[in-house]
Every structure is written in C-alpha cells, then in structure tokens.
Design a protein around this ligand. Structure first.
Ligand code: 4FV
Length: 255
C-alpha cells in the first residue's frame, strides 16, 4: 500500500522507517511512503505556503493553492482508478482508534496532509479532504507526529512484521479491551526489588487457564480504567458469559 505525505518537514520521517519491528514493512515497501515537500508547491516568487488569517488574529494559515498543486501532482503520480482518500490530521477530527487503523491496514493507502500553524484554509478541507483524524484532545505544532503514529500503527499490522501474528490479535484494543499484564524472567524478584513472584497460573502450562486469566485481567483493568470500552465491547457482542462473570467478580470485589 502507498502513503503520500504532504509536509513542510519531510526530514522528520525517515528516522522512523529504519528502526524497530516496523522497519521491515517500510524497507520491503509493504508500506510505500512517498514524501512531498509542500514548499516545492509554494506561491512564487518565494514559495509562500502560508499567510495571515482573514479577520485578523494570531498565527498563520496554510494556503489552499499550494495544497491544490501538491495534491494534483500526487494524484497524477499515483494515477490510480480509485482515488486514495486525503486525510488531514486535526484536533477536530474523528478519534484515531485501532478499528480505524485496521481499516487503513487493509486498504490501498492514503494521502496524508500534515498541517502546520493554525491549520489549513477551510475551503481546501471542505473541497478536498475526505477524512479528518485526531490522535487526541491536545494541540500539536504540526500533523507530522499524527501521520507517523498512523503509519506506525498500520505498519505493525502488516503480515510478517510482528514475529508472531498472534501479537496483534492479542493486543490492546484489537479485542476492544486494554491489554493484560505481562511478566518475564525471573519468576521471583529478589527482596530489594520487591520480592514479587509471577502469578502461578502463568507457569502452569495450562493454556486454557492462562488465556482465561489474561482475559479476566484485561477485563478487570478495562472496567476500572476505561469502562466505556466495556460498554462498546458489550454492545458489539464481544463479551462472553465467562467475561460477564469475571466483570461481576471484579466489580463486586470492589464493593
Ligand atoms: C492534531 C491532533 C493537532 C493543529 C494545528 C497541527 C495541529 C496544527 N492533529 N490530532 N491533536 N494538529 O494538534 O491530530 O496545524
């Protein structure tokens, strides 16, 4: 799949494509990222890409025309029948969730607009942008980090990227729940490190019991920290009888 990124700072991206498990997806071009420097499409004579907001006020706004030129160049270069969606990152967008990531991970890619300054001329958004995504209720200096977050989350879902595909089947949110706790060596920490031991069930080799224990811990943590996720999982029919029993136990134990 191909992602074209419109950005004022293309140099911010490359370091993220050569480290960690996702490197394989980028180097193998499973995720083919093309970077387009918005400055190359600026208004002559000084490649201007922003100007003051009409109506006054602080800051600058990204101009529509340089963005139109960049988009036209990308569409011509992609030359695809089904035009890829143009995505703008903004606090006003729909929240980026694992379900949205999964959509992109099974698609043909997208064009990612990384805004800067106060944002983008609204006419370009209304006329050209297909989808606005938010990574959270805070204001960033630019859309590059949100774009990298989407690319990272999509890359790790590509076949063969995570050593064991169960890894992402079991992750947080793919089951609509927070993840269970994880433990590794040693089975018991020494006293000055708290002396805590690993839950016995994890050493039992009884995988049905281990899966049940992990599911129950994920449910308990989720009902405590993100009860709205439990409501959504229940509404989506993702909770079984034993799940509801575990939730009852965890909520009644708190009473
Ligand atoms: C943002 C967010 C975000 C707003 C103005 C870029 C900045 C600047 N994008 N989730 N939160 N974007 O703060 O996605 O242009």
């Amino acid at each position: 799949m191909r992602f074209d990124v419109i950005t004022l700072f293309p140099e911010l991206f490359a370091p993220h494509f050569v480290h960690g498990v996702t490197r394989r997806a980028f180097e193998s071009k499973q995720i083919d990222v093309r970077l387009w420097a918005l400055r190359d499409f600026g208004d002559p004579p000084h490649s201007r890409v922003d100007d003051r907001p009409y109506g006054g006020g602080p800051g600058m706004v990204l101009l529509a025309q340089p963005l139109e030129r960049a988009l036209a160049a990308i569409r011509a270069d992609r030359a695809e029948d089904a035009p890829a969606p143009l995505v703008n990152f903004s606090p006003a967008g729909e929240s980026l969730r694992q379900s949205v990531v999964a959509e992109f991970a099974s698609g043909s890619g997208a064009i990612l607009l990384c805004a800067r300054y106060e944002g983008v001329d609204q006419r370009f958004i209304e006329h050209r942008v297909d989808r606005e995504l938010s990574i959270g209720d805070y204001v960033l200096s630019g859309g590059e980090l949100p774009a990298l977050i989407l690319l990272d989350a999509v890359a790790r879902l590509q076949p063969g990227v995570l050593g064991d595909s169960r890894s992402h089947e079991q992750d947080s949110f793919s089951a609509g729940l927070l993840d269970c706790p994880h433990y590794s060596r040693p089975t018991t920490l020494d006293a000055d490190h708290g002396g805590a031991s690993v839950p016995e069930v994890l050493l039992s080799g009884n995988h049905a019991a281990i899966d049940r224990w992990r599911r129950d811990r994920a449910l308990t943590l989720t009902i405590t920290r993100r009860p709205e996720l439990i409501a959504r999982a229940r509404a989506d029919g993702q909770l079984t009888g034993p799940d509801e029993a575990a939730l009852l136990r965890s909520t009644s134990s708190k009473l």
